[in-house]
Design a binder for this molecule. Structure first.
Ligand code: IMP
Ligand code: MG
Length: 181
């Protein structure tokens, strides 16, 4: 059998979602967004680093007036006693009264997305929608409403198509699941 196996750093991964399936799902999401948001002039906010590939492939398939910008969640040790603060950086676009579509690679615990959605609300957009390529519902501890989902997957570690293991593996066109040793 030609089962695709890759080695990323010290770990072995096995292909689990082919690039063809990924592209098919992205086309489906693009079609839905083209229909749902045709007259909404949405602004897409892609979350770096992981969502860059999803955002690029999705955005190319939109045929409605739309803008895109890229954000990052920077975590640093704050001066407050609570310690760790995660702040959304890179928002150089006025999103007041705009329909915003957050683009994420994966929603795992939901903590990242929840933080993002709460911070965006402070800029008074008219609506915040979420499109994620992948969702691990079994891992969710902070449920956030997901408007567009590519794949619902089990609670396993994956790499490829923008997702990384210690910074590596983002370049893979397919998605691979960690092989437990
Ligand atoms: P959450 O805050 O737990 O939902 O995690 C979201 C972030 O964790 C994603 O944006 C990814 O960067 C990363 N992440 C979660 N699961 C995986 C995975 O299986 N592989 C690679 N990165 C992951
Ligand atoms: Mg990410």
């Amino acid at each position: 059998m030609n089962e695709k196996i890759v080695q990323v750093l010290d770990k072995t991964f096995k292909v689990s979602i082919s690039s063809e399936s990924i592209q098919r799902e992205i086309s489906r999401i693009a079609k839905d967004i083209n229909k749902d948001l045709a007259d909404k002039n949405p602004v897409f906010l892609a979350i770096l680093n992981g969502a860059f590939m999803f955002a690029s492939d999705l955005f190319k398939q939109l045929d409605i007036p739309a803008q895109i910008s890229f954000l990052k969640l920077a975590s640093y040790s704050g001066i407050s006693s609570t310690g760790h603060v995660k702040q959304l950086i890179g928002l150089n676009q006025d999103i007041k009264d705009r329909v915003v579509v957050v683009l994420e690679d994966i929603v795992d615990t939901g903590v990242t997305l929840d933080t993002i959605v709460r911070q965006l609300a402070g800029y008074q957009p008219s609506k915040v929608l979420v499109a994620t390529l992948l969702h691990k519902p079994e891992a969710t501890i902070r449920p956030v409403r997901l408007n567009y989902v590519g794949f619902t997957i089990p609670n396993e570690f994956i790499v490829g198509f923008g997702l990384d293991y210690d910074g590596y593996g983002r370049n893979l066109a397919d998605i691979y699941t960690l092989v437990k040793s």
